[in-house]
Design a protein around this ligand. Structure first.
Ligand code: SF4
Length: 378
């Protein structure tokens, strides 16, 4: 008898984009149409290898830009996935879309494939900043794409926004948030612009062409986001994520709760049996490794138990609900106070965490300096 092991989440990576945004350090390349078919075959090979072994609760197709594939390629990708995964019985099936790459045919293909959650990368409703970032769409095109998705029946749509652009004023960010709410999405991810080494954005700031906002200005925007969205019925459930009740992203919650997942495609991470590993990042090398039946893994690690406990806490603190002492013990095998007693005292006194002997979570002040708080547990 074939008994399937349950793994909460499956991630499938599509590394292609129409062009490269200036801030992007994700694992993505400008689309070379000649290798898309080979890439899709490689993905099919990977899925075939796990066929029948696992069942999943969520599937997430991310990138890159999955919808940069043309109608035929996108249809092929969705068919491959449904051949090996019981997509009709998932709790959540998400795809990332870029407003500049959608067509009615593509939206219909998504709808027919059981996808029930869309994550749309709008980033800003201000054309000035969309242009600055190198996005391939205007604000109006983003709104049109959102309405087309709604019209075709998607009832669970998440919007990605970025704030903290060079020269951006708080009033401009407020306008973005208001425009976003006109669309009435179920979920909003709002990230502060990050300056990743090696990106054109960093080159432009280093050369003085662009000026980064101050930390205070970025913090004001973060605080405003939390207040504004909180008052409009969106629960602030993770540092940068807000959802209407029951619309929290189940897939990402698996990562934050340190549960198991499998990643398919170039650069995709998997985490099973306490071991984390990553696929080859270079697309051509990945395809050739699949074709030659070589190992796809370019990195793996099995953390010592104490490090794993630290990671469990750090990830859990990203959630505004934090983690209870019991959950921490069940997941890590350690008593929270025995392992981190000193840090817990210091951070509680500084007003950065709330620890009532039962549950630990970041305070509002702690959330705004979350990275520094987390460092205390490394
Ligand atoms: S669309 Fe997304 S993945 Fe592609 S280059 Fe822009 S930010 Fe990076």
């Amino acid at each position: 008898m074939n008994i399937q092991r349950h793994i909460p989440s499956l991630y499938i990576h599509i590394p292609f984009c129409a062009s490269k945004c200036i801030y992007c350090d994700f694992n993505s390349i400008v689309m070379k149409s000649q290798i898309v078919d080979e890439y899709l075959s490689a993905i099919e090979n990977e899925l075939q290898a796990i066929n029948g072994k696992y069942s999943f609760t969520t599937v997430y197709i991310g990138g890159g830009t999955p919808t940069v594939l043309n109608e035929i390629q996108l249809g092929k990708l969705l068919n491959i996935i449904s051949k090996y995964v019981d997509v009709a019985n998932l709790n959540e099936y998400t795809i990332e879309v870029n407003p500049g790459t959608l067509s009615d045919e593509k939206i219909l293909a998504l709808k027919e494939s059981c996808i029930d959650r869309i994550s749309i990368g709008i980033q800003s409703f201000n054309d000035k900043y969309l242009k600055l970032l190198g996005r391939i769409h205007t604000a109006q095109e983003a709104k049109d794409a959102f309405f087309s998705l709604r019209e075709k029946g998607f009832e669970n749509i998440s919007i990605d926004l970025i704030y903290g652009y060079p020269t951006q004023a708080l009033s401009e960010w407020r306008t973005d948030l208001r425009e976003c709410l006109v669309l009435d999405p179920e979920h909003i991810s709002a990230y502060c612009l990050t300056y990743e080494q090696g990106t054109p954005l960093v080159g432009m700031t280093d050369s003085g062409k662009l000026k980064k906002l101050s930390e205070e200005e970025e913090l004001d925007m973060y605080e405003h986001t939390n207040d504004f969205l909180g008052n409009k019925g969106y629960r602030h459930y993770e540092i940068s994520n807000f959802a209407k009740p029951g619309k929290e992203c189940q897939h990402n919650t698996v990562y934050w709760e340190n549960r198991e997942y499998i990643g398919i495609g170039t650069g995709a991470f998997s985490y099973i049996n306490g071991e984390r590993y990553c696929n080859i990042k270079n697309v051509e090398e990945y395809i050739s490794a699949v074709e030659l039946k070589k190992s796809l893994i370019c990195f793996s690690e099995k953390l010592p138990q104490e490090k794993r406990a630290s990671e469990i806490l750090i990830m859990a603190l990203r959630m505004t609900s934090g983690i209870s002492k019991n959950e921490f013990f069940n997941r890590s095998g350690y008593d929270l106070t025995e392992l981190f007693g000193t840090q817990l005292n210091i951070l509680t006194q500084a007003g950065l965490i709330n620890f009532d002997d039962e549950r630990i979570k970041l305070t509002r002040k702690g959330l705004s300096v979350a990275d520094s708080v987390m460092m205390e547990f490394v």
